[in-house]
Design a protein around this ligand. Structure first.
Ligand code: ISJ
Length: 178
């Protein structure tokens, strides 16, 4: 059964929003959800062995977060879906939407996107949104033999000039690394 790209439709809220109810999100994930720098770097610093597994890469129509609902034409982008493994445990599902023209970023293989993105200071993060996710992750959780329950996620648009990229990260556990 084709399960990718997973839908990450949810009620996304700006992490700085005064309306955001912080109690909805586990305290153990607070620093992970709000990390301003590279999540790859943070995970690496908290585990002995870090690995990226590519689950799926394909061209697909970009999601609403990239602005097409506000009058932009909906464009086809390179969708990259990965698992980030720490010490043999799948801790994050990553879904990134990359402009087709960024050829190096569409040919990353098992190199973490974060390693390339944060080397390039012209890319700036436009803020962090967070959400709780339920149904859409079920096929992935079943495939990984993980408990099917609510998960917590963050996403950011990164911008460089006219180019935009969307990076979404779903935490598969409430305690990513010790
Ligand atoms: C954006 C980052 O990149 C991470 C690496 C990813 C990848 O290799 O595709 C995907 C999502 C992120 O968790 C980061 O490190 O913050």
């Amino acid at each position: 059964m084709q399960i990718f790209p997973l839908s990450l439709d949810a009620t996304w809220q700006q992490v700085e929003s005064p309306q955001l109810c912080h109690d909805t999100f586990p305290a153990s994930l607070h620093d992970w959800l709000t990390e301003p720098c590279s999540l790859t770097a943070k995970l690496k610093s908290h585990c002995r062995h870090f690995a990226v597994e590519v689950l799926n890469e394909q061209l697909a129509l970009a999601p609403h977060a990239l602005g097409w609902a506000d009058g932009f034409s909906q464009q086809s982008m390179w969708c990259r879906e990965v698992l980030l493994w720490c010490d043999g445990k799948p801790v994050v599902y990553g879904q990134s939407w990359i402009p087709q023209t960024l050829l190096t970023m569409t040919k990353l293989g098992n190199t973490p996107l974060g390693e390339v993105l944060f080397q390039e200071p012209r890319w700036t993060r436009k803020g962090i949104e967070i959400a709780t996710l339920n149904g859409p992750l079920k096929p992935l959780l079943l495939r990984l033999a993980l408990e099917v329950r609510q998960k917590y996620a963050r996403r950011s648009v990164f911008e460089q000039g006219q180019q935009q990229m969307l990076v979404c990260e779903v935490f598969l556990t409430e305690t990513p690394c010790r």
